[in-house]
Design a protein around this ligand. Structure first.
Ligand code: 5GP
Ligand code: SF4
Ligand code: MG
Length: 460
């Protein structure tokens, strides 16, 4: 998912949020929503679909105000494509009105949810994000302070969250104590206001200048008095998702001081050193495999070629619910160029292997198009553990690397050789301004304890 927020008197905050969400569309294509506060009340528009499908001129024109929060959703299961699950969530408890947008996954909301239901709170969806919204609303009603509501919720909720929240007259941004999902702050020129975005590419599109990232455990508020910061909960071990650099973020974003594009180039350079091979051409699997393929080509001296064309109107294939749809999805999305690759030995760079569908199909297609050898190089280590913090990497039994040796995987995929970047090599690719990454999908060391009994199902 992605979140975006704007505070700006006299600005068209709904339109800005719409642009911001379009820049962040790669983080979720299932639903889109914007909530706007005008000092008195909050209005929300949200629906299933892409940002451009949900918002047109008349919808945007109706959203008048000076504070806005927005969200695009990437759900972890096909079953949850419901309007109720679309964000921002509105919580209206007595006179406390807020809109909340959440990127991440909370691991312990069942208990909080039960307690809130006992207090008479009603829920429209089964999502963890709605629980967070209503928990903040209930505490705020009691304390009359939104910041204490947020703080108490941060103390109670565990897991990954990068959140933006609008009251009728203020914008808030806060991040879990481990800083798992990204969130950054920008400033509009000439003191016109403030912007918060999951990635810096969302700041660029509205002309905001990057100020800094929201710190782990921090609450930042933007209103008439400007920007105000306080520590909501004590920061824990820094555990920013390393996969953002590999796959999830846009290459033109900068996370914690490190360009995602440069990190991807470095990954290609490093895997060229770790797993060299004789070949005629280097290909990248679009989109996230292309910058590391450039890095590999540069390091190895083997020329880079555009040998795989991507249909830019097809979304991220990973999100399709069934195996059959996923396989069709890959065909729809990627097509090799026989005129480039026929008779050639290829090094093919991709970002990750999860279930193995993409690689298997791709290698088949490349051979059909005339490649004589296909050497697959993957710029993330073997994905051995599911992610519980907001990126769907499925249950262990579906993770191909958790169930096969690398030689078995190579044979299954049909490649001539297969290599994954080492975890140290991946770390070395990223010169961020901290060295605390979550690497749990590779190492199984989860920064936030996963309850023993928790199956993936309970996170949906
Ligand atoms: P597979 O076909 O091996 O199951 O999926 C791996 C491919 O899915 C990668 O090429 C990657 O680009 C894409 N993908 C889409 N969404 C995700 C995600 O959330 N996590 C990971 N690791 N890969 C994803
Ligand atoms: Fe990122 Fe992997 Fe950690 Fe999930 S488990 S937050 S994908 S590093
Ligand atoms: Mg891919």
């Amino acid at each position: 998912c992605a979140v975006f927020g704007v505070y700006g008197k006299g600005e068209d905050v709904a339109r800005m949020t719409c642009f911001g969400l379009q820049a962040l569309q790669h983080r979720g294509q299932e639903s889109a929503g914007i909530a706007v506060g005008d000092g008195e009340t909050i209005m929300v528009a949200k629906d299933l679909g892409l940002v451009t499908q949900v918002f047109d001129e008349s919808t945007l024109a109706a959203l008048e105000g000076f504070v806005a929060v927005g969200h695009v959703r990437y759900s972890t299961s096909g079953a949850s494509a419901s309007w109720e699950a679309a964000q921002p969530h509105i919580s209206a408890i007595d006179d406390v009105l807020i809109a909340l947008a959440h990127n991440g996954t909370l691991v312990n909301t069942n208990e909080t949810r039960t307690r809130l239901i006992d207090e008479g709170v009603q829920f429209r969806s089964g999502t963890d994000s709605e629980v967070a919204a209503k928990a903040i609303g209930v505490v705020t009603r009691k304390t009359h302070h939104l910041r204490s509501g947020i703080r108490r919720a941060m103390e109670a909720l565990e897991g990954a969250y990068a959140m933006v929240l609008a009251s009728p007259d203020s914008l808030y941004a806060f991040r879990d104590p481990n800083g798992i999902r990204p969130l950054c702050i920008g400033k509009l020129p000439n003191d016109r206001g403030w912007v918060v975005s999951s990635e810096t590419c969302g700041l660029d599109i509205v002309g905001a200048e990057y100020v800094r990232d929201v710190e782990p455990g921090e609450i930042v508020r933007f209103n008439d008095e400007g920007m105000h910061s306080e520590q909501g909960v004590v920061a824990g071990r820094r555990a920013s998702c390393i996969f953002e650099y590999v796959y999830f973020a846009r290459p033109d974003s900068v996370i914690d001081g490190m360009s995602v594009y440069q990190a991807r180039r470095n990954m290609g350079r490093i895997i060229a050193q770790e797993a060299p091979v004789q070949a005629d051409l280097v290909l990248g699997v679009p989109d996230s495999g292309v910058p590391p393929a450039m890095g590999y080509a540069h390091e190895s001296g083997i020329p880079y070629a555009d040998g795989i064309v991507k249909n830019r109107y097809v979304g991220r294939t990973f999100i399709e619910p069934t195996q059959a749809m996923r396989q069709l999805g890959i065909r729809l999305k990627l097509n090799p160029l026989p005129s480039v690759i026929a008779g050639k030995r290829l090094v093919v760079i991709d970002d990750s292997i999860v279930r193995g569908n993409t690689s298997k199909k791709l290698v088949d297609m490349l051979r059909e198009a005339g490649a004589t050898e296909v050497h697959l190089r993957i710029v993330s280590p073997e994905v051995l553990w599911p992610c519980f913090y907001g990126i769907d990497t499925d249950t262990r039994d579906q993770l191909i690397a958790a169930n096969m040796t690398n030689e078995e995987m190579r044979a299954f995929i049909g490649a001539d050789s297969l290599a994954f970047i080492s975890l140290q090599g991946l770390r070395d690719s990223i010169q961020a301004n901290h060295d605390g990454f979550c690497e749990a999908c590779f190492s199984g060391e989860y920064p936030v304890a996963i309850p023993e009994s928790t199956s993936r199902k309970s996170f949906l």
